[in-house]
Design a protein around this ligand. Structure first.
Ligand SMILES: C[S@@+](CC[C@H](N)C(=O)[O-])C[C@H]1O[C@@H](n2cnc3c(N)ncnc32)[C@H](O)[C@@H]1O
Length: 324
């Protein structure tokens, strides 16, 4: 699929907020199993790699760590349609990553690279957000005659999709009429009208609203983790706009509540995109066919099974590694 303006703006805002990956609230980079997958792909030294749909460069930084330590040797360029500036967003020093660069506001369906100029194209939950049918011929053009591509992509049957579906339902719970956000706007209105805490606490409307908000919080406490922890953290952040000791009357509190709500709205937009982007088995097989028709031979395919503990593993998407 392709992004419309609001989706592009939503990604741009999301990356500017400083998240390293698209998994909201996750501060660390991908797990050792992901890194092991990329180590295997990048076993041979090469000159130029491109990271498709790179966001804040979660994968770009992994590759930089794998290939450019201790000596920087491989150029790595992350490309994304959104406005991105990962060095600024993540407070990284350009001089520590001399071979890393990023191209924002650039579609991977038409890249500003010469033909036969790139050794490896990689992507981690990026390429499937674009019109893949146009990306594969474009990769056929920019990749060298002897080249590699390697992708980890969303699968509509993966554990990520089911966990995001749950998160979306949790967010919708806070947005429902008479729910959390409506309660907060009401509280803001009441506080702005009252002169003293005593008068405010005596107001039946205030008391009712506070009770309702407490009920909502208790319901969230009953949600399964990690959704519970994610929503409780959000609620704590938003509730702090009403913390004791702050002035009752606040001209900008309403705006701040709206900004908190917009963070969650962004998650819903990204969830809806994720459901469009995730590939069915048939779409994945079609993609494999397109890659083969560009002269590539499949090296690895199927699901990316990620261990949860010693006995169980979970599907984290599709993998496709191919060479020509
Ligand atoms: C899930 S996010 C990227 C995740 C990132 N690779 C990571 O591991 O954190 C998907 C990205 O694809 C980008 N995207 C969507 N369509 C695109 C296109 N046609 N060209 C380049 N990037 C695109 C979006 O802007 C978004 O940043």
């Amino acid at each position: 699929m392709t992004l419309d303006d609001s989706e592009e703006a939503s990604w741009s805002r999301f990356w500017a907020s400083g998240s390293l990956t698209a998994f909201y609230g996750q501060s660390d980079n991908y797990s050792p199993e992901f890194i092991a997958f990329w180590r295997a792909v990048l076993a041979e030294p090469v000159d130029r790699i491109i990271d498709l749909g790179c966001g804040n460069g979660a994968l770009t930084w992994i590759v930089d760590d794998i290939l450019n330590q201790p000596e920087p040797t491989t150029e790595i360029c992350g490309i994304d349609l959104a406005v991105i500036d990962p060095f600024a967003a993540l407070n990284k020093n350009r001089s520590d990553h001399p071979k890393v660069s990023f191209l924002g506001e650039t579609s991977i369906t038409a890249m500003p690279f010469e033909a036969n100029s790139i050794d490896i194209a990689i992507s981690q939950y990026g390429i499937e957000y674009s019109d893949v049918a146009s990306v594969i011929p474009e990769l056929g053009r920019v990749l060298k005659p002897k080249a590699k591509l390697a992708f980890i992509m969303h699968d509509e049957q993966s554990a990520i999709l089911s966990s995001m579906a749950l998160t979306a339902r949790g967010i919708e719970f806070l947005f429902q009429p008479g729910g959390y956000y409506e309660g907060l706007f009401r509280l803001d209105k009441i506080q702005n009208k009252k002169k003293t805490v005593k008068k405010m606490q005596a107001d039946p409307d205030y008391r009712q609203t506070v009770v309702k908000l407490q009920q909502i919080r208790r319901s969230v406490e009953g949600f399964p983790p990690p959704l519970r922890d994610f929503l409780l953290k959000h609620i704590a952040g938003t509730n702090s706009l009403f913390a004791k000791g702050l002035p009752l009357k606040s001209p900008n509190r309403r705006q701040l509540i709206k900004e908190r709500r917009r963070l969650l709205e962004g998650s819903l937009t990204r969830y809806s995109e994720l459901t469009h982007a995730a590939l069915s088995r048939a779409q994945y097989q079609e993609l494999v066919g397109q890659v083969e028709s560009e002269g590539f031979t499949l090296v690895k395919s199927g699901n990316f099974m990620h261990p949860i503990d010693e006995k169980t593993s979970t599907n984290m998407g599709w993998i496709l590694v191919a060479e020509r």
